[in-house]
Design a protein around this ligand. Structure first.
Ligand code: AKG
Ligand code: MN
Length: 200
């Protein structure tokens, strides 16, 4: 796997109150497609659940939760227990750690079967996560848009996430900004995102 030379990315994509770093495309199309296919097969995908206004919702999007030990992660009203790493996730974790210069002990994966599936506005500020830690998000498959909205000013910043690319959120991003994957009818192909996280 060749490392690109742009791994010193320092430009902050956010104007204030947080840091979002775009590290560029880490995997070429062939490598990204390879990992996409392997993860489709090997990951223990399941439909996510959340409680919204007291009602239990099951998402069309699938998720999976992996980690270095059996971490409990509670979000949207449910607790998930991490599955042990598989070798491909460990290889991707190692690669991403080189780019971000941070270490991760867990990964929440998302599988969007098409553009009609997205993720609503939220921030990843759960108490289980290291405060102001790094979340590194690798995209595989269809290009999707990643939107940020400031919690007070409502200012928005929109970014495209191409196949094989890595974006990182850190600092006070989760405290001050919401993010989402907007649903779109324009995208018909699936996408996997791997969000490497730092659990306490
Ligand atoms: O799919 C993505 O790129 C983002 C997913 C996300 O925000 C999350 O898993 O918390
Ligand atoms: Mn998130």
């Amino acid at each position: 796997m060749d490392l690109f030379t742009n791994n010193a990315a320092t430009d902050n994509l956010l104007p204030y109150d947080g840091e979002v770093i775009y590290h560029g495309i880490l995997l070429d199309t062939k490598e990204a497609d390879h990992f996409f296919n392997v993860l489709m097969q090997k990951i223990e995908w399941y439909h996510d659940k959340s409680v919204i206004y007291g009602k239990e919702i099951t998402t069309k999007r699938k998720v999976a939760w992996y980690g270095s030990k059996d971490f409990s992660y509670t979000y949207s009203g449910y607790t998930r227990i991490a599955t042990p790493w598989i070798e491909e996730l460990l290889a991707l974790k190692q690669l991403i750690e080189l780019y971000t210069d941070s270490m991760y002990n867990s990964c929440l994966l998302n599988l969007y079967h098409s553009g009609e599936e997205g993720m609503a506005w939220h921030s990843d500020g759960e108490k289980d996560l290291v405060d102001n830690g790094s979340i590194a998000c690798l995209s595989l498959g269809a290009q999707r848009r990643f939107d940020f909205k400031h919690k007070q000013s409502a200012e928005k910043k929109l970014f495209d996430l191409p196949n094989g690319s890595l974006i990182e959120m850190k600092g006070e991003t989760q405290k001050h900004w919401l993010h989402r994957i907007a649903p779109t009818k324009k995208v018909t192909e699936p996408r996997i995102s791997l969000t490497f996280r730092q659990m306490k």
